[in-house]
Design a protein around this ligand. Structure first.
Ligand code: GLU
Length: 389
């Protein structure tokens, strides 16, 4: 097989996500030699003018190692305590390793609300941008010590994608023990083919991320494809590559096997990027075929085209819009509270005032508050948008 080099130097701002197993060995703790080599790769990119952000896992794994917690599942408070111990060690290790290349590290711990609530999102973005402006490398992780099951990302793949879109990065690199995307789990299916380039994340590509029977689907490939959707919709390319060799970034540049996901050619505005990447939509609206076509041609969603409403949401919350196939086709900010939406679903706009007792707005979801997220989105729904990072 010919090697395809993927030059990282052509990118301007790169987010690198590093999985726990790369940094931490269960028996011996931190893999210092690997980390030092990684930091040299980062220093090389920075020396060529590329801005680098790191999303580093490993707090819980390192905490377990420091505290000698035996193997096996942890209760929430145990993993929170392990993270408290491990995050200090992790941040120190990054800071020390980067300092040998004269690079300053800045620790950023995020919770779900920091990217899901607009005001906090803008605040976190400003802080990270300032770190980059000062030449520091942000070392980012979820704040596992305070995150609870209901309000956490749970995986750093999607966190890294949210960070990448938040700061307008043009490349996200996911490093773990998986070297890329296959048509089926390679250890289970001898006919599995490796995919070098993914032009668009279609339903077929999503299916490759594995159903229930797949080992890789458990927090492995599934979350990586989710991350890919968040990143590419915002115009950010993504690479999945193995981080196992020392100097994994240099290895990618030299043509080590990796999967490259093309960014959308017509990325959406920064505000729509935020809407599209919301991890927890508060509800859903199912629409009929006519409304689906209207949305695809860039129109607003009117109450008449809504067949079903689920969830409890307030006006302004992010909701998912499902097409006739039941798949998500768009996301948007609700124009009505869920109770009102249920009352006016399927009704003509002229009837709304009589039902609700006030005139209301014409649209259930206005086109300015909506972004196409399903297949064909890149071709049609977002073509009029431009990037305003
Ligand atoms: N935030 C977790 C940790 O640092 C890791 C989550 C993940 O690896 O996806 O331990």
């Amino acid at each position: 097989m010919t090697k395809t080099r993927k030059p990282l130097l052509k990118y301007r701002r790169v987010v690198i996500k590093i999985g726990s197993a790369l940094l931490v060995d269960r028996a011996t703790g931190l893999k210092k030699a690997w980390l030092d080599a990684m930091c040299t790769d980062i220093a090389n990119l920075k020396a060529k003018g590329v801005e680098v952000l790191v999303v580093s896992s490993g707090a819980i794994a390192l905490g377990r190692s420091v505290l000698n917690v035996p193997a096996g599942a942890l209760k929430l408070e145990e993993s929170q305590a392990a993270a408290a111990v491990g995050q200090i060690a992790l941040a120190r290790a990054w800071s020390e390793s980067l300092s040998t290349d004269a690079i300053v590290a800045g620790q950023v711990l995020l919770t779900l609300g920091d990217t899901e609530e607009r005001r906090r999102y803008l605040n976190a973005r400003a802080t990270i941008n300032q770190l980059l402006k000062l030449g520091a490398v942000p070392i980012i992780n979820e704040n596992d010590t305070v995150a609870t099951t209901e309000i956490r990302y749970g995986d750093n793949d999607r966190l890294a994608a949210r960070v990448a879109t938040m700061v307008g990065a043009d490349l996200l690199v996911l490093l773990s023990d998986i070297d890329g995307l296959y048509t089926a789990p390679p250890h289970l299916d001898p006919n599995a083919r490796f995919l070098e380039t993914i032009a668009e994340i279609t339903p077929e590509i999503e299916a490759m991320a594995g159903g229930a029977a797949s080992e890789l689907s458990r927090g492995g490939m599934r979350t990586k494809i989710d991350a890919g959707k968040i990143a590419t919709t915002a115009g950010c390319a993504m690479i999945i590559a193995s981080g196992k060799p020392n100097h994994p970034l240099a290895a990618i540049e030299e043509g080590a096997r990796s999967s490259w996901f093309a960014p959308s050619g017509s990325p959406v505005t920064a505000r729509k990027t935020w809407i599209a990447g919301q991890l927890l939509p508060a509800g859903t609206l199912s629409v009929d075929a006519g409304a689906e076509e209207a949305l695809r041609s860039g129109k607003s969603l009117l109450p008449a085209g809504v067949r079903d409403v689920t969830g409890s949401f307030s006006r302004g919350d992010t909701i998912a819009i499902l097409g006739t196939s039941g798949r998500e086709i768009a996301r948007g900010l609700a124009g009505y509270d869920a109770d009102e939406a249920r009352q006016i679903a399927g009704k003509k706009s002229a009837e709304i005032a009589a039902i609700l007792g006030y005139a209301g707005r014409a649209a259930m979801v206005h086109r300015d508050d909506m972004v196409m997220t399903g297949k064909r989105a890149q071709e049609e729904g977002s073509r009029k948008d431009e990037v305003h990072a």
